[in-house]
Design a protein around this ligand. Structure first.
Ligand code: CAA
Ligand code: NDP
Length: 292
């Protein structure tokens, strides 16, 4: 445990739930906020399911699972975040959504509370400017699935205090994660490298070089990736993938980051990957079936 005791999570999606899961397992009290109570209920059920998986595989005990769950609360009332020491925003990858959240939450948080974002790509300095506490704001970028992935990127904004950075480092270390420090450039390190690879896989599909199955098999067995790039895109969420490519394209002004038109089309169709039931694969049956 670090000097922070209570963690607030904004957004009960796949990342918010993963961060709540590992924080509660490390002994923190956790409060999750989302817009709808249904979202929170399904988020808590996901956390319970993932904790149960860890019990089955012998990674944790049933007592620890129960104790972790008892440390997590959730509500759709922002005022319930008034007592947290660190709030981690893990809402949709859209700058206007995040700015709106900061405007609502800053007057509620304790003045000394730290605020972090799990953004995959957006400028930490620019997001900090939408808060009342740029010196107590930074990027804490977890990887998906949070309970399994070892890495967390830490990103300072121009105004981030050293004490904020140290507190974040202490918190992440207490979760038994490994830290890399990235400078505040579009998409930081992991996504600067990973997302153009995924985008290229979508161009490979778009140009008819291979089918979904051929591309994923090629990268799984030919490059030893644990998931094919199209399977991974579906896992991350195609809306998130597109937002990251747009940030890279706009922020670095280089045509090599142009989002593939097929990615745009899938997002426009509402085919967002696993979370919406369909993306490069259709997940509505017993086994995922390629959609192209
Ligand atoms: C977009 C961004 O901003 C940044 C990002 O996050 S980019 C995405 C980064 N993530 C990746 O690249 C993930 C790549 N994929 C993988 O590493 C693996 O496919 C995977 C770990 C997700 C699944 O591994 P797998 O071997 O195919 O499946 P599976 O056997 O079900 O899972 C392996 C273990 O992880 C556990 N696991 C998988 N998902 C889990 C979850 N959500 N919660 C808890 N445990 C989970 C399983 O229980 C299993 O544990 P045991 O070994 O103890 O049995
Ligand atoms: N997916 C990934 O692999 C990774 C994602 N990230 C980043 O983490 C963040 C979350 O991503 P992810 O969990 O995948 O996304 P999800 O789409 O799974 O979850 C986002 C959640 O935020 C909620 N939300 C939207 N607006 C608000 C609001 N105003 N207040 C509170 N909650 C809100 C959404 O609710 P609703 O559905 O009702 O809109 C949803 O529950 C993004 O910034 C993303 O870039 C970082 C690392 C990896």
């Amino acid at each position: 445990m670090s000097s922070l005791k209570t963690i607030g999570i904004i957004g009960a999606g796949q990342m918010g739930c993963g961060i709540a899961h590992v924080s509660a397992m490390a002994g923190y009290k956790v409060h999750i906020y989302d817009l709808s109570q249904d979202r929170i209920e399904s988020g808590l059920a996901t956390i319970n399911g993932n904790l149960a998986r860890q019990v089955t595989s012998g990674k944790t005990s049933d007592e620890d699972r129960k104790a972790a769950l008892a440390r997590i609360t959730g509500s759709n009332d922002l005022n319930d975040l008034a007592q947290v020491d660190l709030a981690i925003e893990a809402a949709t990858e859209d700058e206007s959504v995040k700015r709106k959240i900061y405007a609502q939450i800053c007057p509620i948080l304790k003045p000394e509370a730290l605020l972090a974002t799990n953004t995959s790509s957006l400028s930490i300095t620019r997001l900090a400017s939408a808060t009342d506490r740029p010196e107590r704001f930074m990027g804490i970028h977890f990887m998906n699935p949070v309970p399994v992935m070892k890495l967390v990127e830490l990103v300072r904004g121009i105004a981030t205090d050293e004490s904020t950075f140290s507190a974040a480092r202490e918190y992440v270390t207490s979760l038994e994660k490994t830290i890399t420090v990235a400078e505040d450039f579009p998409a930081f390190i992991v996504n600067r490298i990973l997302l153009p690879m995924i985008n290229e896989a979508i161009y490979t599909l778009y140009e008819g070089v291979g089918t979904v199955d051929a591309i994923d098999t090629a990268m799984r067995l030919g490059a030893n990736h644990p998931m094919g790039p199209l399977q991974l895109a579906d896992f991350i969420g195609l809306d998130t993938c597109l937002s990251i490519m747009q940030v890279l394209h706009d922020g670095l002004a280089d045509s090599k980051y142009r989002p593939c038109p097929l990615l745009v089309k899938y997002v426009e169709a509402g085919w967002l990957g696993r979370k919406s039931g369909r993306g490069f694969y259709d997940y509505r049956g017993e086994v995922p079936v390629p959609t192209r």
